[in-house]
Ligand binder design. Structure first.
Ligand code: GLA
Length: 385
């Protein structure tokens, strides 16, 4: 966490107060090593499976993660005065996650975003996936990785704390070939940064594109629109889509369009520009083609800043794409952890990924994983105020 001197002092004081009140820990704001993650029962699924919630804290960041979907339920950060707020959308109740979550905070697999008609051909064999978004397959199909209970293994390593989350998807699940063994590691560093490391292996050739579907509002969950958040995306091109939000294959220039976020710009500035791509998607719901391409290590690709609170989020990834979704489908019918409803644009997603529908676009970077290979990608979230 990048904090100025005044904030560090204020943040430590605020954390001390929270400890007295029994809601926080002495670790917050100190930048010292974290303590062991703590587990509590969060709820029970209809079939009797217990869902646990893990609390992690390190370097001034507080994170609560569910074993269901690897969901980040809450993520609390100090503002420039050291005042904490939960900056991600979520629910209080497991039943809401099961019944109606638009992927709040969840791990997405096997394939982040859409595959056209839920079909692809690999090595001469055609596969039909579970279709759950009109005629297309979205975020892994009807029961994606967001709707499974993961095995969670807590760890403390040096000054880091974290969780290893394991899920094995059997051959043919949601139509995908191969048994896919996935481990996702969430790490909170002593600086309060949140890192995600994804790993997967398969026993048959398959396609994989894992991501995280956190909905951010740096002013605080339920506090209103994200249209005044300033966003920067290091991308000169994006992938325009058809009306079903499937990429046409074109890599269009952002220059001179509302899609140009190469310099910090309030999300709302051009959101009503009436560009046909925005009209179709009801806002931004597109994949940006990151200028850096695929890299061996995570590189900085996006910055989100809330001018009111001063909170900032910087994202680094090794992936070639970023799906920026401006919360277009939030319609005032879901009530979040703070008791307030979420309306359109009350939170936004920045999903690091390979491009949507890559299995049907030979010209896009490949998402094929073969036996003997290990899928590995990492995304780092750095917070400041
Ligand atoms: C992704 C998609 C959106 C929408 C959300 C979830 O970001 O691109 O179209 O489906 O997930 O509502």
């Amino acid at each position: 966490m990048e904090l100025n001197r005044r904030t560090v002092i204020a943040g430590t004081a605020a954390a001390g107060l929270a400890t007295t009140l029994g809601t926080g820990s002495a670790q917050a704001g100190t930048g010292s090593g974290g303590r062991k993650p703590v587990r509590e029962l969060f709820g029970t699924l209809a079939d009797g499976t217990k869902v646990y919630r893990w609390s992690l804290e390190n370097g001034g960041t507080r994170l609560k993660v569910l074993s269901y979907g690897g969901i980040v339920q809450t993520l609390e950060l100090p503002d420039r005065h050291g005042r904490y707020a939960n900056v991600v959308a979520g629910f209080d109740d497991i039943a809401d996650y099961v019944a109606k979550s638009p992927y709040f905070g969840a791990l997405i697999g096997r394939y982040g975003n859409r595959i056209g008609k839920g079909q692809f051909t690999l090595d001469g064999t055609s596969y039909q996936l579970s279709v759950n978004d009109g005629v297309n397959s979205l975020h892994g199909g009807a029961k994606g990785f967001d709707k499974h209970v993961w095995d969670v293994e807590p760890f403390t390593e040096g000054s880091d704390v974290g969780l290893h989350l394991h899920y094995t998807s059997v051959d043919g699940e949601m139509g995908y070939p191969g048994t896919l063994r996935t481990t996702v590691t969430y790490t909170l560093t002593r600086h309060g940064d949140w890192r995600i490391d994804y790993a997967a292996t398969t026993d048959k050739a398959t396609v994989v594109n894992l991501t995280s579907h956190v909905y951010w509002n740096l002013a605080g969950e339920g506090s209103g629109t994200i249209e005044d958040h300033e966003l920067t995306i290091a991308a000169s091109r994006y992938t325009p889509t058809d009306s079903g939000l499937i990429p046409t294959g074109e890599l269009a220039e952002v220059a001179g369009t509302p899609f140009d976020f190469r310099h910090a710009k309030p999300v709302g500035r051009d959101i009503r520009a009436g560009h046909e791509q925005q009209v179709q998607a009801k806002g931004y719901d597109h994949n940006w083609v990151l200028d850096k391409g695929i890299t061996a290590r995570p590189e900085h690709i996006a910055t989100l800043r809330d001018p009111r609170s001063g909170r900032t989020l910087k994202i680094a990834t090794d992936q070639p794409g970023l799906q920026f979704y401006s919360g277009n489908f939030l319609d005032g019918t879901l009530t979040g952890t703070g008791g307030r409803t979420y309306r359109q644009g009350d939170a936004l997603c920045l999903e690091t990924q390979h491009f949507p529908d890559s299995p049907n676009h030979a010209e896009f970077p490949s998402t094929v994983l073969r036996p003997g290979q290990t899928y590995r990608t990492s995304t780092l979230h750095t917070f400041g105020a």
